[in-house]
Every structure is written in structure tokens, then in C-alpha cells.
Design a protein around this ligand. Structure first.
Ligand code: ADP
Ligand code: GN1
Ligand code: MG
Length: 368
């Protein structure tokens, strides 16, 4: 019922966009955890999204970032002889020339052209795809290396401030508003015990040992469209969190999701580990995509980026579980706890494979 009502509202929203012809009924699409996404058929195919208003409290600032970044990328793509309609996203404006439509409930809806003949994966299906996604995410960071970072709005303050996330987690444990803490003591201890992991990258940044770059900050595999014909990572999507950040964040988030041998919410933890072959492929692709722009220190910290981002994401899932599942979309009871457990298994596995991860990064670096 709820879904049907939302779909009705989605239909109403479509009517406010400047589209040729008679667009069809919006159908739920994709598997993102944050926004409500629909596919709309018409003269072209479009993506319609209700932006998550709890998370993005200033939706027009998010849209300003996205328009800024995609216009900047379009210029570079054109100069390189590429296809600006496929290699970055295109925002569709409303009939009132606004980048999003605000409905009577106060929700913001936006539309993009669908990136055609391309697919986004929820899990690695072929090694080559994973390598290509690394190349594309590295290249994305490289293309934005001369973007005026000071013009970007901070869409989610402290998004990858792992130390601040640790404090929010501690608070959630103390408050325990759902009475769930007693059943997840082992998980809580796991995160509390690793406080130094939460502080590691932030301390180096504060000491001036790491540069802030314009980063994507949400580099999971399903946030990139892969060309069905060529297998290339054609277009980086989900630009809501493009903000100043660390190279290690973008590298690390992609590893925690894509180099895992199982799904993010897999219940059978025996299926979860960090695949070193995939780790190596991603490292090679990412470094190549960055075209030598990373400092020695940034390169050395790639394994730490993988561990910190996996730790942070698992702690966010556990925080959300303790707070009653209000941030990440869930489709079944306990899904955030299952997600948290896969991330714990991955962190522990990375700790066991630490020397191997460091060796791989060293070797990939010397191949450059
Ligand atoms: P969320 O923030 O909820 O993750 P996304 O912006 O990542 O939402 O969109 C969810 C999914 O919708 C993506 O994983 C992708 O499959 C699909 N998608 C989003 N934008 C486009 C686009 N412009 N073209 C094709 N598919 C898209
Ligand atoms: C969310 O939006 P989506 O589904 O691509 C989240 C990421 C998490 C990821 C975990 C804005 O990504 O930070 O790493 O879920 N995005 C936001 O799967 O919080
Ligand atoms: Mg997404």
C-alpha cells in the first residue's frame, strides 16, 4: 500500500519535469540503500529519484554540487572526444527550470537520463569488470583533481570522519533506545576495541600528512555503470557525496564491497572473506586510473583505507541497528545486523592478511 502511494506520488512528480512526449509509469529500480529510485520509460529512459530528506537536509545544495561536477566533467569529456551523455550523468530540469521538484509533502524529486547499454553490479561477476571499475573510479578522482573544491557544499557533515562516527556509535550503545544492545555484545566489543582504527586516518589528515582531494566517497560497485559491450566502467553515478575527502576512502570503500567473496548482507559468514586476487586487481586499476597523482604516503595507506572503511561501514550498520534501522533501507528484520557482521568478518580477515595486502600495494606501486 505504502509502495503504491509512493509510486502515485512518483507519477505526479514526473509530470513536473520538462520531458518530450508522454512518459510512462515509474517502476522501482536498483538496489541503493538511500534514495527511492524509479525507472521511467518515454522517448528516452530516465531515472527518477525521491531524495532521502532525513539524510540530505539541503537537497538543493546536493543538486548544486552534482550540476557543478557533471558540467565540469562534460567539458573534459567533450575535449577528450568522449560521449558526454554516457560518460557522466545529465540532470533533467523541471518545467520551472529547477534541478528538482519539491512536492506538497516537502520531498524533493530529481531526474537523470538513464545511462543506456550499461549495467551496475551488486557483486563482482568477472574479475575484469572489477579492474575496469577501479580504473574508472581512479580516473574520476584524477579528472576532478583540478575541480574548485571550495565551491562544493558538504552534503553530509563528517561523512567519513570515522572518529566522530565512533562517538555516535558509543552514544547509540549507551542510549540503546530499542533495547537491542544486550543481544549484540560481541559486535559492540569488536568496534569499541578498535578505537585506534577509528582515529588513524583522521589523525594523519590533521597532522597535514595527507592531502584532501575531491573524492566520490561512496565507491561501491553498484555506483558505477559498466558498458555492456566493452565492459568498461563508463559512468560514475550516485554523486550525492562528492566532497573533499581522502583517496584512501574511495579505494577502501570499493574494496570492502567489491573484494568481498559474499554479499554485503550474507548470513553465512563462512562465505565472507577479502579476496586477495581482487584486492590486487583493484589496487592496480585504481593506481593506474589515478595516473601517478597519489603521494607515496597515500599509496602506502591503501590497505589502511580498506580496513578503516570496512570498519566504519560495519559500525554504521550496527549503529543503525541499535537506533531502530532508520538510516539504511532494510528489506527484512536484522538486515543491518547481518551487514554489520559481514563487515566484521572482513576486518578480521584483513587483519590476518595485513602483510599480504601491504606487499601487494608495494608491488603494484613498483609496476607503475
Ligand atoms: P542510492 O543513493 O540509493 O544508492 P543511486 O543513485 O546509487 O541511489 O541509484 C540506485 C541505482 O539506480 C544505481 O545503483 C543504478 O543501478 C541505478 N541508476 C542510478 N542513476 C542511474 C543512471 N543515470 N543511469 C542508469 N542507472 C542509474
Ligand atoms: C549507502 O547510497 P548507497 O546505497 O550507494 C551509503 C554508503 C554506504 C553504503 C553501504 C549516503 O550507499 O555510505 O557505504 O550504503 N550512502 C550514504 O552499502 O550514506
Ligand atoms: Mg548508490
Amino acid at each position: 500500500m505504502e509502495d503504491r502511494k509512493l509510486q502515485e506520488r512518483a507519477r505526479e512528480a514526473v509530470g513536473h519535469f520538462d520531458l518530450p512526449g508522454e512518459p510512462g509509469i515509474p517502476c522501482p529500480w536498483g538496489s541503493g540503500h538511500i534514495n527511492d529510485t524509479y525507472l521511467v520509460e518515454g522517448e528516452h529512459r530516465y531515472i527518477l529519484q525521491r531524495m532521502n530528506r532525513k539524510i540530505f537536509t539541503k537537497p538543493l545544495e546536493v543538486m548544486e554540487n552534482i550540476i557543478g561536477v557533471t558540467s565540469f566533467l562534460k567539458e573534459k569529456i567533450k575535449k577528450a572526444g568522449g560521449d558526454e551523455m554516457r560518460e557522466t550523468m545529465t540532470v533533467i530540469y523541471t518545467k520551472d527550470h529547477e534541478p528538482a521538484y519539491r512536492d506538497e509533502h516537502g520531498d524533493f524529486w530529481r531526474m537523470y537520463y538513464m545511462i543506456e547499454d550499461a549495467v551496475s553490479y551488486d557483486q563482482v561477476e568477472s574479475e575484469q569488470d572489477f579492474y575496469e571499475s577501479a580504473l574508472a573510479f581512479g580516473n574520476f578522482q584524477q579528472l576532478l583533481s583540478d575541480y574548485p573544491a571550495e565551491t562544493l557544499h558538504v552534503t553530509i557533515p563528517g561523512f567519513h570522519d570515522t572518529k566522530a562516527r565512533y562517538e555516535v556509535f558509543q552514544h547509540a550503545v549507551k542510549q540503546d533506545i530499542c533495547g537491542r544492545a544486550k543481544d549484540v555484545e560481541e559486535e559492540i566489543c569488536f568496534y569499541l576495541k578498535r578505537k585506534e582504527t577509528a582515529e588513524y586516518l583522521g589523525s594523519l589528515l590533521a597532522e597535514g600528512q595527507l592531502p584532501l582531494r575531491v573524492t566520490h566517497n561512496d565507491t561501491k560497485l553498484n555506483n558505477i555503470m559498466m558498458d555492456k559491450k566493452t565492459g568498461k566502467g563508463i559512468c560514475v553515478i550516485d554523486l550525492d557525496t562528492v566532497m573533499p575527502g581522502l583517496a584512501a576512502h574511495d579505494f577502501g570503500d570499493a574494496i570492502r564491497f567489491g573484494a568481498s567473496t559474499g554479499a554485503e548482507d550474507e548470513k553465512d559468514l563462512s562465505k565472507i572473506s577479502c579476496d586477495m586476487h581482487l584486492f590486487e586487481l583493484y589496487t592496480r586499476g585504481f593506481l593506474k586510473g589515478c595516473q601517478g597523482s597519489l603521494t607515496k604516503m597515500e599509496q602506502m595507506l591503501l590497505p589502511m583505507g580498506a580496513k578503516v572503511m570496512t570498519y566504519e561501514c560495519g559500525m554504521r550498520f550496527l549503529t543503525d541497528y541499535l537506533q531502530g534501522d532508520t538510516y539504511f533501507k532494510i528489506h527484512r528484520e536484522g538486515q543491518n545486523l547481518d551487514r554489520c557482521r559481514t563487515q566484521m568478518k572482513l576486518v578480521a580477515d584483513m587483519e590476518d592478511k595485513w602483510q599480504e595486502m601491504e606487499r601487494i600495494v608495494q608491488e603494484c606501486h613498483s609496476l607503475l
